[in-house]
Write a protein that binds this ligand. Structure first.
Ligand code: B12
Length: 211
């Protein structure tokens, strides 16, 4: 089974074919990381490009996202080693006003694979909910995802809320998402930024002084 056919299936939003082709590729010994990085993620990037130029619309983005999630769910057991020792807790969520969760889910998966315990708050997470989750779970790290330029401000609002609640010094804040840059992370006072799920574990470990 070729990576090309998985790419096409995710691009078209054909979850059934995507699932079947991922299964076949795994059985054929194709590395799960290759399936993710060479087929699934490029397909979503292409969906975004086609949306931008008006050749795809929201419903098509949504079905492509579902096909992507189906593929990722099949890859997850192969990418995450459940036997690793816990390096600490990370609370993750997509910020208020934002419903995009594919990138956040991938980051959570990679962190889990690296040995972190994940508390996933889902999407459209208010500043209050982040604060409550930190109070409740005492994580070492909070990871926030924003995919819209309009919801980037929710990151700064959440960081401010953590500060007001007296929790900012207890946690490291890591941010990411397509419109987020290192520059933005510095401006809003985040501790770290990672451009993709592959580099997220390294960034988080460095912040905690773990290797
Ligand atoms: C799929 C998708 C959707 C799906 C989301 C489904 C889902 N369950 O997530 C649906 C259809 C719901 C959707 C809706 C909308 N979308 Co949309 N969407 C996309 C699309 C095509 C792909 C996003 C994606 O999953 N990428 C793949 C993942 C793997 O990449 P990623 O998210 O960037 O994540 C990686 C990194 O950023 C990083 N990362 C991400 N989060 C975090 C967090 C941490 C802590 C760290 C360290 C790293 C990190 O690691 C990830 C993995 O490598 C993008 C286009 C694009 N190229 O980004 C548009 C895009 C983000 N959407 C866009 C828009 C406009 C919308 C809508 C407003 C459309 C509308 N008119 O209704 C709505 C908004 C809904 C809302 N309130 O959130 C625009 C945003 C424009 C802007 N500048 O703000 C984009 C860029 C499309 C475009 N080119 O115009 N969308």
């Amino acid at each position: 089974m070729s990576l090309e056919s998985i790419y096409e299936a995710v691009l078209k939003g054909d979850a059934k074919t995507a699932a079947a082709d991922v299964e076949t590729a795994l059985n054929d010994g194709v590395p799960p990381g290759d399936i993710l990085h060479q087929a699934c993620i490029p397909a979503m990037t292409e969906v975004g490009r086609l949306f931008e130029i008006g050749e795809k619309f929201v419903p098509e983005m949504l079905i492509a996202a579902r096909a992507m999630q189906t593929a990722v769910n099949l890859l997850k057991p192969h990418l995450v080693d459940s036997d690793v020792q816990s390096l600490g807790k990370v609370v993750v969520g997509t910020v208020a006003g934002d419903l995009h969760d594919i990138g956040k889910n991938l980051v959570a998966m990679m962190l889990e694979g690296a040995g972190f315990e994940i508390i996933d708050l889902g999407t459209d997470v208010s500043a209050e909910k982040f604060v409550a989750a930190v109070q409740e779970n005492n994580p070492q790290v909070v990871g926030m995802s924003a995919l819209l330029t309009t919801t980037m401000t929710s990151i700064s609002a959440t960081i401010e809320a953590l500060t007001e609640a007296g929790l900012r010094d207890n946690v490291k804040v890591v941010v990411g998402g397509a419109p987020i840059t290192q520059d933005f992370a510095n401006k809003v006072g985040a501790d770290g930024f990672a451009p993709d799920a592959g580099s997220a574990p390294r960034v988080v470990k460095a912040l905690l002084g773990a290797s």
